[in-house]
Write a new protein. Structure first.
Length: 81
């Protein structure tokens, strides 16, 4: 997984590849707050409920296989938009 680009203060473009969940070459991730405890997909650091995170964008017609993954917002460097 790698962050390709910071699109805005609330969205990222991510390249995701995992043998279990598939490959997404240019997936949009949105900013939000963690609803459950988890681990950061980028750093492996713990995520606690309420932490600022980025998650894959969901649509009403498609649920990506990695929909439950998160990246800690603090793990994303301040990249100019």
């Amino acid at each position: 997984m790698s962050v390709l680009e910071r699109l805005s203060s609330k969205s990222l473009s991510v390249s995701w590849s995992d043998p279990c969940t598939g490959r997404y070459a240019d997936q949009i991730w949105r900013f939000g707050l963690a609803q459950v405890d988890s681990f950061c997909a980028l750093t492996g650091r713990p995520i606690r409920r309420g932490d600022p995170v980025f998650r894959p964008r969901l649509s009403s017609t498609r649920l990506p296989a990695n929909h439950n993954r998160m990246i800690l917002a603090s793990a994303i460097p301040d990249i100019p938009v």
